[in-house]
Ligand binder design. Structure first.
Ligand code: COA
Length: 261
């Protein structure tokens, strides 16, 4: 069965599953396409307050792009760059989701899988996960946008080690260099991510969205911060019913009920 990307929605949480477990969730061209359209759908869904991106099964988040398609789809310069545009389009669609996206990482997170995890806002991983960029072992050029995001995330020297060596690093090293934010045992990971998504869902959606947009403007990945949009989003927060509700709930010592309005 060819791989798919599956989407599920539970109340305010969206789930994207990379579903190709027999190939360690290697991402096929069709899956990159699915991912683009599903991420676009999530961006348009005003009910979704947070999304979890993960691999099916427990062996891998994703062992990279599907290498078996490289000879047909990524061979010459032209098709090579077409292929990279396809992956970059999917990754851009994930980056453009206005609400938080969490990569839940079990097992292997390699190559294009790592690039995808880096497009998420947070990476929460199991202590059994491992990370690598095998581009130098395959002779491919790791996409420059992915290198840019990697360098911003872990710094140039850790990025170069991963790129030059192609070696796998374990979860604790990944946490040490800032590639992942939090680690949990395999048994606790799902529960931990549920708890994080639960907390985000209960918070004021406009405030969270404004923080995501603003933090992205200062991530060093944009040429110049879009202050106009930052001001507009901030103003929307202060003019929202949720802001009144948040302050009132605090004063009344009760839990706020936010509507995203
Ligand atoms: N593309 C295509 N197929 C892949 C794949 C990938 N990126 N990663 C794994 N697979 C396939 C294997 O070919 C194998 O298929 P088979 O059962 O038909 O032989 C199956 O998944 C299981 O992989 P296997 O190597 O037997 O499992 P493992 O647990 O011993 O090792 C990995 C897992 C991920 C370490 C190893 O498969 C690997 O190194 N994969 C390639 C990683 C890579 O270079 N990614 C970068 C792509 S840009």
């Amino acid at each position: 069965m060819p791989g798919t990307v599956d989407f599920e929605k539970q109340s305010h949480v969206g789930f994207l599953y990379l579903n190709n477990p027999k190939k360690r969730n290697a991402i096929t061209a069709e899956m990159w396409q699915d991912l683009s359209s599903l991420a676009g759908k999530i961006s348009q869904d005003s009910e979704i307050r947070v999304t979890v991106l993960r691999g099916r099964g427990y062996e891998a988040f994703a062992a990279g792009a599907d290498i078996s398609q490289f000879e047909s789809k990524r061979k010459a310069t032209e098709s090579g760059s077409d292929y990279d545009q396809l992956t970059e389009k999917a990754i851009s669609a994930v980056l453009e989701i206005p609400t938080p996206v969490i990569a839940l990482v079990h097992g292997y997170c390699l190559g294009g899988g790592l690039s995808l995890a880096l497009a998420c806002d947070l990476r929460i991983a199991s202590t059994e996960s491992s990370f690598s960029i095998p581009a130098a072992r395959l002779g491919t050029a790791y996409p420059y946008r992915a290198i840019e995001r990697l360098v911003k995330q872990v710094g140039a020297s850790h990025a170069k080690y991963l790129l030059f060596s192609g070696s796998r690093i374990d979860a604790s090293r990944a946490k040490e260099i800032g590639l992942v934010e939090q680690l949990f045992s395999k048994d606790d990971l799902d529960k931990a991510v549920d708890s994080i998504t639960g907390t985000i869902v209960e918070n004021a959606p406009l405030s969270v969205k404004t923080s995501k947009f603003t933090a992205n403007q200062f991530s060093g990945l944009t040429d110049s911060p879009d202050y106009k949009t930052i001001y507009r989003l901030s103003k929307e927060c202060f003019e929202s019913r949720d802001y009144k509700e948040g302050v009132r709930a605090f004063m009344e010592s009760r839990k706020p009920e936010f509507k995203g309005k």
